[in-house]
Design a protein around this ligand. Structure first.
Ligand code: DGJ
Length: 794
C-alpha cells in the first residue's frame, strides 16, 4: 500500500490514497490542509455492506466500488456509475480492473504526445501507475501541480501491454468524485452569435451531460464547467472549475447517486469515438485543468485567468499588449477592392488604429460563400498587385497588416476540390452534407497537412503579414476519412484534432512573431487547446454591445479578457438590429481586445471625434484593460445593470464599467463598488469623458440647448453631426477600503423629473466608464464620499 498522496497548491490540497481493494480512493479536494500522520478522518468508513452491493473482492466484503469516491473508474467490478475508462478486449469482454502499482513525483511536467499542454511554469508532477493484471493493460495517471497558480492539471495514458489489440471506447482526462453535499453544475451554453451564456443546474440524482459532437469544442456547450456549493456567489463560497486543453468533441458528465455522491468525468466525447490500440501502443488523453476556490466565482475566475495568461498562452505575444485593429468584414463583406480598402485604412490610421485586417473574399473568385476555399491565391481583379502590394500600401500608412484564412475548409467550387475530391470529409456512396456551402478538409491525412502547411506559409509570407485570423466555419457531420480502414473510423474526430495541432504547431514555429487569432463562426472553438497556439480568439460574431455583456460576461468565468476579441461595429447592429450609442459600443468592447469593424468612411463627424477619443483612452489604459484583474461586480441596487471592473495587480488603478439594459424610471440611484483596491490608498475617481449625440433627443433637444430647433430637421441633423454634448462630469475622491467594501453613490440618473449638469443621462443601453487612480497614500478622507464635482452652490 502506498502512502497517502497529498498534493498542495498555495491555497488548495488534493488528497487520495489506495483502497484496501487496490483502487485509488479520492479523499479530498478543497482549502489547503496540513499534512497528517494519519488520514483516517478523511477515509470513508466501510464497516457494513450496503444493499444491492457488488463487492469486487471477497476479502473485503464491505467495500462496494459503487459507493466510494474514486480517482479513475472502469466498467465492471460493481461500480455502476459513469466510468472514466471503457475498453473492449479481443474476447469481447468489457470489464476492467485497474489497481495501484506505484507512483513517483518529480519537478517539471511531461509533454503529451501530439497534444498541446500547459507550459512548465514551475509545475511538479505525480505520476501514478495502475495495472489491470488480468488483461495486461497499464494506466498512467498524471497530476501536474501548479502551486503558485492554484491549479492541478490531469491527464491519463493507457498502454496496451497485451498481445492483442484493444478497442478503447472511452478514456477520460480526469474524474472528480465528491463525497456529497448540495451542488450546482454551471455550464456555458449557446449557439452561433450567442455563445457561453451561464446556466446553473441544481444537482439532483441523475446524469447531466455537457458535450459537443460537432467536431470542435463548440458554441453549444463549452468544455469549461463549474461545480458550485449552495450559496456560492460572485464574491464568496466554494466552487470547482474543470476545463480541457482540447478543441474537439468533448464531454463533461456529472452523475449524482441517490446516496448523494457526485462524479464529474471530463475528456474526449465517447460518442462516435473508438480507438484501436495495438499491442505496445499508448493512447494519451488531452489535459484537464482543475481548480478550487473558496472565495466565489470571481476568485475562481482570477485563478483561471492567470493560469490561461501565464501557462496556456505562450510565445512572442504572451505578455505584449495587443494592437487595436480595423477589420473590413462588417464594413464590406465580400464586396471590396483596393480603393475601398485603402479608404478604410486611411480613416483607421487617422483615428489611431494600429492594425488593418483583410477578412474573407480576397482569394480565388470568392465573391460570396459558395466558392474558392482551398485556392489560396489572391484575386488580382479585386487586389491588383496582390497581398504584397496591398500590405505595403497599408504599412505605408503606419498600420500593420493582417489577413483572414479558413484553412481547414474546401469549397466544392475550387481548384483544390477538382484536384482532390477525396480530401473532403464525406462518406463514400452517400450524398454529402454541406455547411455554408463547404466541406471540411480531412486533417487526419498527412498529405493534406503537408499541403496546408505550405499553402499557408506562402500566404503568410506574401507581403508583410503580422496578424492572421484563422477561421473555421462549419461543423463536422458525416465524419469519415477515406484514408482510414473501417475499424479505425472511430478515430477520425480525434485524429482530425491531432492533425490540426500538428499544422498549427508547425506554422507557429515558422511564424513566431505573427499574432494569430482563432475564430470559428465567432466563438465555435473557444477553448484552451486553440489558445496554446493562438494568443487570442474571436469571442462571437455577435457584435451587439448589449448581447456582448452576456457573451463576454459568460466567457469571463473561464477565460481572461486578454484572449477575447471585442469590436465596435455599426448601429443598428448587423446581428440584432439594435441601436446603441458609439460610446456604449466602445465601453463594452474596451473590456476585451479592442477592434473596430464598421465602415469608417461613412462615419459622422461626431462618431469620428468620439472614436478618436476612445482610442486615445484605450491606449492610455490598455495594459490594465487587457491584463488587469477582471471582476464581475454584483450591483447592490439594480440587478438589471451590469458592473465590470479591471484592477491592477497592486490595487492602485482600476477601470470600471456600468452598463444599463432598458432604462427604467425609479432605478436611478447607482453605487459602484470595486473589489480588490488597495484599502490604504485614496482614489481619484473620474467618469470617462463621454459624448451624447443630440439627435437622440428629438424635440427634447430644445430643453438642453440655448436655441430652438426642429427635432427631425436639417439643423438638428447638421448639429448632431458636429456638436459634442458632454455627459455630466463625474469626479469623486474616495478611500480604497470604502470603494471595495461599499462603493460610491453616483450622480442621479436622468428619470424625467428634471435635468441639470449634475444629472447623468443614461438611456436604453446607456453606459459609463470610470477610472480610479491612487492619489497620495497619506491622504485619509474621513467623509464616506467626497464629490469634487458638486459645487458649493448646490
Ligand atoms: C465568420 C467570422 O466569424 C466572421 O468574423 C468573418 O470572418 C466571416 N466568417 C467571414 O466569412
Amino acid at each position: 500500500m502506498p502512502d497517502v498522496i497529498h498534493l498542495d497548491t498555495d491555497r488548495t490540497s488534493y488528497i487520495f490514497a489506495t483502497l484496501a481493494t487496490g483502487q485509488l480512493e479520492h479523499l479530498y479536494y478543497g482549502p489547503r490542509l496540513r499534512h497528517m500522520d494519519d488520514y483516517e478522518p478523511l477515509r470513508q468508513k466501510n464497516d457494513v455492506p450496503y444493499g444491492t452491493m457488488v463487492n469486487c473482492s471477497q476479502s473485503h466484503k464491505n467495500i462496494g466500488l459503487d459507493d466510494q469516491c474514486l480517482e479513475y473508474s472502469g466498467l465492471g467490478k460493481g461500480d455502476f456509475r459513469e466510468p472514466a475508462v471503457e475498453l473492449v478486449f479481443a474476447d469481447g469482454s468489457r470489464t476492467t480492473d485497474f489497481r495501484y502499482v506505484s507512483h513517483r513525483s518529480f519537478q517539471g511536467r511531461p509533454e503529451i504526445d501530439g497534444l498541446p499542454s500547459a507550459l512548465d511554469a514551475g509545475a511538479s508532477t505525480t505520476e501514478v501507475t495502475l495495472r489491470d493484471d488480468e488483461k495486461h493493460m497499464t494506466l498512467l495517471l498524471y497530476y501536474c501541480v501548479y502551486a503558485r497558480h492554484d491549479v492541478i492539471t490531469r491527464f491519463a495514458a493507457l498502454r496496451n501491454d497485451s498481445e492483442t489489440a484493444v478497442r478503447v471506447q472511452r478514456l477520460m482526462s480526469a474524474q472528480l468524485d465528491l463525497f456529497g453535499g448540495s451542488w450546482r453544475l454551471i455550464t456555458f451554453d449557446g449557439c452561433w452569435a450567442y455563445e457561453r451564456e451561464r446556466h446553473d443546474k441544481p444537482l439532483e440524482p441523475g446524469i447531466y451531460v455537457n458535450d459537443s459532437k460537432t467536431g470542435n469544442s463548440s458554441n453549444r456547450h463549452n468544455p469549461f464547467v463549474m461545480l458550485a456549493a449552495d450559496g456560492c456567489d460572485e464574491l464568496s463560497g466554494e466552487c470547482y472549475a474543470s476545463n480541457l486543453v482540447y478543441s474537439g468533441n468533448h464531454v463533461e458528465m456529472v452523475e449524482v447517486t441517490y446516496q448523494g455522491k457526485i462524479r464529474l468525468v471530463t475528456g474526449i466525447n465517447p460518442s462516435g469515438f473508438e480507438w484501436l490500440l495495438e499491442p505496445g501502443q499508448s493512447l494519451p488523453t488531452p489535459e484537464a485543468v482543475m481548480s478550487f476556490a473558496a472565495d466565489g466565482f470571481n476568485g475562481l475566475s482570477h485563478t483561471l485567468h492567470r493560469f490561461t495568461a501565464e501557462c496556456i498562452v505562450r510565445g512572442h505575444w504572451q505578455t505584449r499588449v495587443r494592437p487595436i485593429l480595423i477589420n473590413n468584414w462588417e464594413a464590406t463583406e465580400f464586396d471590396f477592392d483596393t480603393k475601398k480598402l485603402m479608404a478604410l485604412a486611411r480613416e483607421a490610421a487617422s483615428l489611431g488604429i494600429e492594425l488593418f485586417v483583410l477578412d474573407d473574399g480576397w482569394f480565388g473568385h470568392r465573391d460570396d460563400d459558395t466558392s474558392s476555399l482551398g485556392d489560396w491565391k489572391v484575386n488580382e481583379k479585386k487586389l491588383p498587385g496582390g497581398i504584397a502590394e496591398l500590405s505595403a500600401r497599408i504599412r505605408a500608412l503606419g498600420l500593420d497588416f493582417g489577413i483572414w484564412v479558413e484553412p481547414e475548409m474546401i469549397s466544392e467550387d475550387s481548384e483544390l476540390y477538382r484536384a482532390h475530391p477525396d480530401w473532403a470529409v464525406s462518406v463514400p456512396d452517400r450524398r454529402p452534407a454541406y455547411g455554408r456551402n463547404q466541406f471540411v478538409l480531412d486533417m487526419s491525412r498527412p498529405e493534406v497537412r503537408a499541403w496546408l502547411i505550405e499553402a499557408m506559409s506562402s500566404v503568410f509570407s506574401s507581403g508583410t503579414v503580422s496578424y492572421v485570423k484563422w477561421d473555421m466555419n462549419r461543423n463536422m457531420s458525416d465524419a469519415y476519412s477515406r484514408a482510414l480502414p473501417p475499424d479505425r473510423q472511430g478515430e477520425f474526430h480525434h485524429r482530425y484534432i491531432l492533425g490540426l495541432y500538428e499544422v498549427l504547431g508547425e506554422l507557429v514555429r515558422r511564424f513566431p512573431r505573427v499574432l494569430f487569432e482563432s475564430c470559428a463562426y465567432g466563438g465555435n472553438r473557444f477553448d484552451l487547446g486553440m489558445l496554446c497556439y493562438m494568443p487570442q480568439a474571436w469571442t462571437s460574431d455577435d457584435t451587439d454591445a448589449f448581447a456582448r455583456l452576456s457573451i463576454q460576461g459568460g466567457t469571463s468565468y473561464g477565460y481572461p479578457q486578454s484572449v477575447m476579441g471585442a469590436h465596435v461595429s455599426a448601429s443598428p447592429n448587423m446581428q440584432t438590429l439594435r441601436a446603441a450609442t458609439i460610446e456604449t459600443r466602445f465601453n463594452v468592447a474596451a473590456f476585451g481586445l479592442l477592434g473596430y469593424e464598421l465602415d469608417l468612411t461613412m462615419l459622422s463627424s461626431f462618431d469620428k471625434k468620439a472614436i478618436a477619443a476612445q482610442i486615445a483612452f484605450y491606449k492610455e489604459h490598455r495594459q490594465l484593460l487587457q491584463f488587469g484583474q477582471f471582476w464581475r461586480v454584483p450591483n447592490r441596487l439594480d440587478d438589471d445593470k451590469t458592473l465590470w471592473a479591471v484592477v491592477s495587480s497592486d490595487g492602485r488603478e482600476a477601470v470600471v464599467g456600468l452598463f444599463q439594459g432598458a432604462a427604467r424610471v425609479g432605478r436611478g440611484q447607482d453605487i459602484i463598488t470595486v473589489p480588490g483596491l488597495d484599502p490604504m490608498a485614496s482614489f481619484s475617481v473620474t467618469g470617462r469623458t463621454q459624448y451624447l449625440n443630440v439627435r437622440a433627443f428629438g424635440n427634447l433637444v430644445n430643453r438642453v440647448l440655448p436655441i430652438r430647433i426642429r427635432g427631425d430637421g436639417i439643423v438638428h441633423t447638421v448639429l448632431s453631426s458636429h456638436y459634442l454634448f458632454k455627459m455630466a462630469e463625474e469626479a469623486y475622491v474616495a478611500n480604497g477600503d470604502l470603494l471595495s467594501a461599499y462603493g460610491i453613490k453616483l450622480l442621479q440618473q436622468f428619470s424625467g423629473t428634471g435635468y441639470n449638469e449634475q444629472v447623468r443621462i443614461f438611456s436604453d443601453y446607456g453606459s459609463r466608464l470610470y477610472t480610479m487612480r491612487a492619489i497620495d497614500d497619506g491622504v485619509r478622507l474621513s467623509s464616506a464620499v467626497s464629490s469634487a464635482s458638486r459645487s458649493s452652490s448646490r
